[in-house]
Design a protein around this ligand. Structure first.
Ligand SMILES: C[S@@+](CC[C@H](N)C(=O)[O-])C[C@H]1O[C@@H](n2cnc3c(N)ncnc32)[C@H](O)[C@@H]1O
Length: 279
């Protein structure tokens, strides 16, 4: 019995490896170095949803039916986000990074793994309040085209605004949060003035290159799903893309400490994972 269970486990690993290899070779999406337990959970979910019995069956379907691939990609990209998520991170950014950014003639900011856009709208609001938005361009990228299409609308459910208002105030927000949007039925539409400074584009952190030089890069709650090899690849990309003296913001549960790039940054806040590129 034990033997069969371990065979099954081994077989499952082989099937998952082959599925990810097939997706990479045929479609170019590379999930081979995503954290295994997380990717396994998502594949199992997709198996049930597609009413398939084996991962090999899923591989066949994904290769011959691109809509099935889309559904699986959606499962792989965990899109949970909120405005002013981890408010302390925005507070620290306001207090530490903003004074330095004031001295620059213009600002290029990259939100990598932006999901449905809540994070980049939060940053645009913060920059507006600090008098920096007029000289800023914020690039918001994600692997997932579907979330980007949502993000660029700037429309969010009204019911989330109470929680977002609390986050906004805790992050050091200086006005009434409702000044930034108009309510339409059960949705809110964010002011077009914010949108003017945002650029949304598809970008895959695993396979795509650097596309500009930035003074700030935020990549929060994305690398948590990557293994160390992949994290290092992404840190290389960020190192190449960040100007000297630029700021890197990671998620609260992420760190530069174990990466190959730790020595090139100074940790400005250990709780809120704000780093300064010093070398
Ligand atoms: C949990 S959300 C984080 C959203 C936001 N940064 C935050 O902290 O609230 C993770 C996002 O990373 C994106 N993502 C996952 N793998 C990616 C990759 N290889 N390249 C770019 N984005 C990726 C997912 O599509 C998802 O939208």
């Amino acid at each position: 019995m034990e033997q069969r269970e371990s065979d099954c486990c081994e077989l499952e690993k082989i099937e998952i490896t082959m599925l990810l290899e097939a997706i990479y070779r045929y479609y170019g999406f590379d999930f081979r170095n995503y954290a295994f337990s997380s990717i396994r959970r998502r594949i199992k979910h997709r198996l049930r949803a597609e009413k398939l019995l084996t991962i090999s069956g899923l591989q066949e379907k994904v290769l011959h039916d691109s809509s099935c691939l889309e559904r699986l990609l959606y499962d792989f990209s965990i899109n949970i986000t909120e405005m002013f998520r981890d408010p302390g991170s925005f507070k620290v950014f306001r207090e530490i990074a903003v004074p330095a950014l004031r001295t620059l003639p213009n600002l290029r900011i990259w939100h990598a793994g932006c999901s449905t856009g809540e994070e980049v709208y939060s940053m645009a609001i913060l920059l507006h309040e600090e008098g920096l938005l007029h000289k800023s361009t914020l690039w918001a990228t994600d692997i997932n085209d579907k979330v980007l299409r949502e993000a660029e609308k700037g429309i969010f459910p009204l019911q989330r605004m109470q929680g977002y208002t609390t986050n906004y105030l805790q992050s050091g927000g200086k006005r009434a949060f409702s000044e930034y949007y108009t309510v339409k039925n059960d949705q809110v539409v964010f002011n077009a003035d914010l949108l003017k400074h945002l650029v949304f584009a598809q970008h895959n952190l695993v396979t795509d290159c650097s596309f500009n030089e930035f003074q700030v890069i935020f990549c929060r709650n994305v690398m948590i799903y990557f293994d160390l090899t992949l994290q290092n690849r992404v840190h290389q990309l960020f190192y190449e893309s960040l100007a000297q003296g630029g700021f890197l913001g990671l998620g609260n549960r992420e760190t530069l400490r174990f990466s190959n790039f730790a020595e090139f940054y100074k940790e400005l806040d250990s709780d809120h994972k704000l780093y300064l590129k010093v070398k």
